[in-house]
Design a protein around this ligand. Structure first.
Ligand SMILES: Cc1ncc(COP(=O)(O)O)c(C=O)c1O
Length: 400
């Protein structure tokens, strides 16, 4: 076992991460516990998290069990349906809400689509959002703009504006008499800024507006309590920071907004398999339940602390490279795992990202072109300091 493997195994043990054999101190490396390709340095959980073997082995076993008698296992009181329902209830615990307020979806985007379709917006109604939203959180409103004449106001927040009070003032000034919805990300995909959601939600309530949150980058990375946040709806992903099966997400609607936000699939109640939602991907949701259990066992605060320590190393490392401009907030209450940098104009992000992957087995995210020319790194608990140092040295060397 290499020094690096031993160190990583010790780290996993500290966070309660174990390999398939259930032992964190023998031969557990990230490749083993997670199935990542050997020698791959994966710093892109913000796009998709790797699923631990414990999760996908339960997923595959659940699928096998269902295939022994599909109808009996999957519908109503069947064992598979009951286990998926248990996962949904435990997910509600993770979000700090009641089971009646949470649906399981296929993705954050699907949840955002359902929220938007479930609000009866009319021609001339306005949605206030920002220039930092991901397609998954904005296309639903653009659809309503095209099909129903809903108006969208895009609040332009400078990439390096990190002050929550200044951001709140911008929202305050932009709300109009016709603003029906404020739609905002909890953690911005562009620069990782944690938005002041509780304050934005309070503002929305004071101005009789709905607050809808795209939490794709938050759940599983930082503690989330939707009741404390006070938002009316919250969408999340199971396949990013929770490291659950790909194709899983969440949709929260607060009890007090249930008559204003009515997702169609909830007509028959919040259950994952229901008359109004139809059959679901039961094995995936059973696996998601395992991912949630593992994350809760580690403790969201412990996970957050570990991630923030790693991101600080990423932040400092990238900030020390002269040709890069870090656009993410410095360590502090607005910081998250996502650290993005602007590349020099003569270094286009697309080939640079491809080169890092092909030449160095280093996976980072290329920032979408319409935001800026840059890359984003997003470490999670399975990453090590040595991997981050390798990434920084590699990026530095390639830029000099
Ligand atoms: C802020 C944000 N919203 C939505 C999405 C889309 O997530 P999903 O694939 O779960 O729909 C992403 C993905 O990166 C994201 O960063």
């Amino acid at each position: 076992m290499t020094v690096e493997t031993t160190r990583r195994a010790a780290l996993f043990a500290g966070l309660g991460v174990t390999g398939a054999a259930g032992c964190a101190t023998t031969s557990v490396a990230a490749e083993y516990a997670y199935g990542l390709a050997p020698r791959l340095t994966y710093l892109n959980t913000a796009s998709l998290g790797p699923t631990p073997r414990s999760v996908y082995e339960r997923t595959i076993a659940a699928w096998r069990e269902i295939e022994t008698n599909p109808v009996r296992q999957s519908y109503g009181g069947g064992a598979g349906a009951l286990e998926a329902e248990g996962a949904r209830q435990r997910a509600a615990g993770l979000f700090g809400c009641d089971g009646s307020e949470l649906l399981i979806t296929r993705s954050t985007t699907e949840a955002m689509n359902s929220i938007a379709a479930g609000i009866l917006l009319e021609r001339g109604d306005r949605v206030l959002t920002t220039n930092h939203e991901h397609h998954g959180g904005e296309m639903c409103w653009q659809y309503l703009q095209r099909k129903r004449g809903v108006e969208i106001d895009v609040l332009r927040i400078p990439l390096t504006e990190h002050d929550p009070a200044a951001i709140l003032n911008r929202f305050d000034a932009a709300i109009t008499r016709r603003t029906r919805v404020i739609s905002v990300s909890h953690v911005l995909t562009t620069n990782g800024l944690r938005m002041p959601i509780a304050e934005i939600a309070a503002l929305a309530r004071a101005r009789n507006t709905l607050c809808v949150v795209d939490g794709a980058q938050a759940i599983g990375q930082i503690p989330v309590d939707v009741h404390e946040l006070g938002c009316h709806a919250y969408a999340g992903a199971g396949h990013k920071w929770l490291m659950g099966p790909k194709g899983t997400g969440f949709l929260y609607v607060s009890a007090d907004a249930a008559d204003r936000i009515e997702p169609m699939q909830r007509q028959d109640g919040p259950h994952y398999v229901s008359n109004s939602a139809g059959m679901g991907a039961v094995p995936l949701v059973i696996g998601l339940g395992v991912a949630i259990d593992e994350m809760r066992a580690r403790g969201m605060s412990a996970v957050e602390q570990r991630i923030l320590a790693l991101r600080e190393r990423v932040y400092r490392g990238l900030a020390s490279i002269p040709r890069l401009e870090v656009v993410s907030p410095p360590t502090g209450p607005s910081a998250s795992a996502l650290v993005a940098v602007r590349l020099p104009d003569d270094v286009p992000a697309r080939p640079f990202q491809a080169m890092l992957r092909e030449r160095h087995n280093l996976v980072v995210k290329r920032v979408e072109d319409h935001y800026f020319n840059g890359i984003r790194l997003s470490p999670h608990i399975f990453n090590t300091e040595a991997e981050i140092d390798f990434a920084i040295t590699t990026i530095r060397n390639e830029l000099t």
